[in-house]
Design a protein around this ligand. Structure first.
Ligand SMILES: Cc1ncc(COP(=O)(O)O)c(C=O)c1O
Length: 373
């Protein structure tokens, strides 16, 4: 049991966020135990940052509140028509104790692009940054101080107006929750296995594949079940138009490393999420002398390349896992080992290059980090 403390209300300058602290924070020993072995997305901090938008007043009510279940009208538009967008990024503790996040303005821009596609109001980048600073400022003790661990931040914007009319909501809630994160996959950075879904698609031209909205993820789950049945960790989706081209995984982009050291990844054609991690890794790979091609990647080419060894490495990338080596690629009628099934040298090196910057162990030459605390 935690000892109840009086509720405190104060305002954190200069951002204008009101802070209502929980009277019952998780006890320090319990928090430290959770930080010692965090599993991705399974434990949450003491607070949530929130803002409210109405068609009449725009964005307002910037506040940090105790983490608690939401009171949502059963007719809330999001529950029926999925008007929702979200983001994902991480806060990293540096050796001097300061806390930083990685390219948050890219996430702010992507959230705005997602919001436009879902007819939701755009959140100004300064409010996005402000919400991260407000929450991490209050819940700073939840940021692990260990390389490999971080505090995952999940901003989400939902249509809360109670109505069964199919139209854009006139009331919207924005919130940020935070979850201490260790390894994304239970097996750590060991190679993952991928099942190629050839019948079900996650995105189609003109659809919502290039933005971060709940429907894309709901639509990916049936394939995920099939993948698990085949002993695979993740699903790789093919394009809906031809069914021939590799697009991405349910929650990560994919990159192939050829035996000649060049790198190929599917081009951002409007159905693939433009990953912030993907973009940073391509920059680092190009700087390290790997020619980078963003172009259509046929599954047949990938299968053939893995078979002949012309494709030496394959990895998935995203905020959660950072870089996940792929050891096995399987689908109806094929089951291929990537390289020797282990983590390839290019994959290992670029992962290290990026995480060294994120954890403050290497200079941030690109100005990718923003300080939160
Ligand atoms: C479908 C999908 N693709 C790719 C990514 C990787 O994006 P990022 O590197 O910005 O996390 C994510 C994760 O956000 C995702 O959900």
């Amino acid at each position: 049991m935690t000892e109840a403390q009086p509720a405190r209300t104060d305002t954190t300058p200069p951002s204008g966020w009101a802070v209502h602290r929980t009277p019952t924070p998780v006890a320090e020993a319990d928090r430290e135990a959770r930080l010692a072995a965090p599993r991705f997305g399974e434990t949450f901090t003491d607070h949530v940052a929130r803002m409210t938008w109405t068609a009449e007043a725009g964005w307002g009510e910037r506040r940090v509140e105790p983490y608690a279940p939401l009171a949502l009208d059963p007719a809330a538009l999001v529950l029926h028509y999925g008007q929702e967008v979200f983001e994902g990024l991480k806060a990293f503790r540096h050796p001097d104790g300061s806390v930083w996040t990685f390219r948050p303005r890219a996430n702010a821009e992507r959230l705005a692009a997602s919001a436009r596609r879902l007819a939701l109001p755009e959140l100004p980048a300064e409010d996005f940054l402000g919400s991260l600073r407000a929450l991490v400022g209050v819940d700073e003790a939840w940021v692990p101080a260990r390389v490999g661990a971080s505090l995952y931040l999940r901003p989400v914007m939902v249509a809360t107006e109670p109505t069964l009319l199919v139209r854009a909501a006139r009331r919207v809630e924005y919130l940020v929750i935070a979850s201490p994160a260790g390894d994304y996959f239970a097996g750590g950075v060991n190679p993952v296995s991928i099942w190629v879904a050839e019948d079900l698609h996650r995105a189609a031209p003109g659809g919502t594949g290039a933005v971060k909205t709940m429907g894309n993820y709901g639509a990916s789950l049936a394939s995920q079940v099939v993948a698990q049945r085949h002993g695979c960790d993740q699903v790789c989706f093919l394009d809906a138009a031809t069914g021939r081209l590799v697009e991405e995984l349910g929650g990560m982009n994919v990159v192939a490393v050829l035996a000649d050291g060049s790198v190929v990844t599917p081009a951002l054609d409007g159905t693939i999420l433009p990953g912030v991690t993907r973009d940073a890794l391509l920059t680092l790979l190009a700087e390290d002398g790997h020619p980078v091609a963003e172009r259509p990647l046929p599954l047949a080419e990938l299968r053939e390349g893995l078979h002949t060894g012309e494709i030496a490495e394959l990895f998935a990338c995203g905020t959660g896992a950072v870089v996940a080596p792929v050891g096995r690629l399987a689908g109806e009628g094929f089951d291929l080992t990537v390289g020797d099934g282990g983590t390839g040298p290019v994959t290992a090196a670029v992962r290290r290059r990026l995480t060294d910057v994120q954890y403050g162990l290497a200079p941030d030459r690109h100005g990718w980090l923003e300080r939160l605390v």
